[in-house]
Design a protein around this ligand. Structure first.
Ligand SMILES: Nc1ncnc2c1ncn2[C@@H]1O[C@H](COP(=O)(O)OP(=O)(O)OP(=O)(O)O)[C@@H](O)[C@H]1O
Ligand SMILES: [Mg+2]
Length: 221
């Protein structure tokens, strides 16, 4: 089992009001699976994804990723697991505007430390080639199309060889052609053996996955 979440809850506190976003989610993912998490707006998809991606912590429940118990980790310890185990792709790409494509992709390796610049560069370029971006490595993000930006973000997510690739509405800011292209990229990565979790409210996007997990009002249905 690559990922095992049990009885996860998340309650946001807004002033004096508790907002229960997750109300007991169980989810397991095997290595090599491609799953889509789908459900209506406000159902808790992003909240769940942020916990699974070690970007946020649950209020209660347990969570293991690649054998490591992360449900109770906080701060630096959680960041270390996130950096090693998870590659995250955002709806809005979140690339660094002043860095080149190549520098953006190599950045997680720089943060992680312990790898010399030529090796970081080599890995970034190899991934960019795999994603069909070899002719754009010296460009800045604002010189790329939306689909190209998202493929750069995917390369950045993969450069650290994470156990799992996660994406929250990765096609949400793309037109249908660029979106289809990004989905083809996920298909190809899945065929190559990558484990992928994708969040989407779009049934057509969810249909591309091997397994669909429906979430409604903070629980899996
Ligand atoms: N930081 C926050 N503080 C307070 N409440 C929040 C916060 N983030 C999310 N929520 C609430 O938690 C619930 C779940 O939100 P979440 O963002 O996980 O939904 P979602 O399924 O991703 O929706 P969408 O499809 O619109 O992105 C919602 O009721 C939302 O208002
Ligand atoms: Mg969301």
């Amino acid at each position: 089992m690559l990922l095992a979440a049990a009885a996860l809850t998340k309650t946001y506190r807004l002033g004096r009001v508790d907002v229960p976003a997750l109300r007991g989610v169980d989810l397991t993912v095997q290595r090599g699976e491609f799953i889509a998490i789908t459900g209506p707006s406000g159902s808790g998809k992003s909240t769940l994804m942020h916990i699974l991606g070690c970007l946020d912590t649950p209020t209660s429940g347990s969570y293991r990723i690649d054998g490591e118990d992360v449900g109770t980790l906080r701060g630096k310890d959680l960041a270390r697991v996130r950096n090693r185990k998870v590659g995250f792709v955002f709806q809005t790409f979140n690339l660094m505007p002043r860095l080149t494509v190549e520098e953006n992709v190599a950045l997680p390796l720089k943060y992680r430390g312990g790898m010399a610049r030529p090796e970081r560069r080599k890995r970034a370029l190899a991934l960019l080639e795999r994603l069909g971006l070899s002719d754009r490595v010296g460009h800045r993000p604002d010189e790329l199309s939306g689909g190209q930006r998202q493929r750069v973000a995917i390369a950045r997510a993969l450069v650290g060889e994470p156990a799992i690739l996660m994406a929250d509405e990765p096609t949400g800011n793309l037109d249908s052609k660029a979106g289809a292209n990004v989905l083809d990229t996920f298909d190809e990565l899945h065929r190559m053996g990558h484990t992928i979790i994708l969040v989407t409210h779009d049934p057509n996007v969810a249909a591309r996955a091997e397994r669909i997990v429906h979430i409604s009002d903070g629980v899996v249905v």
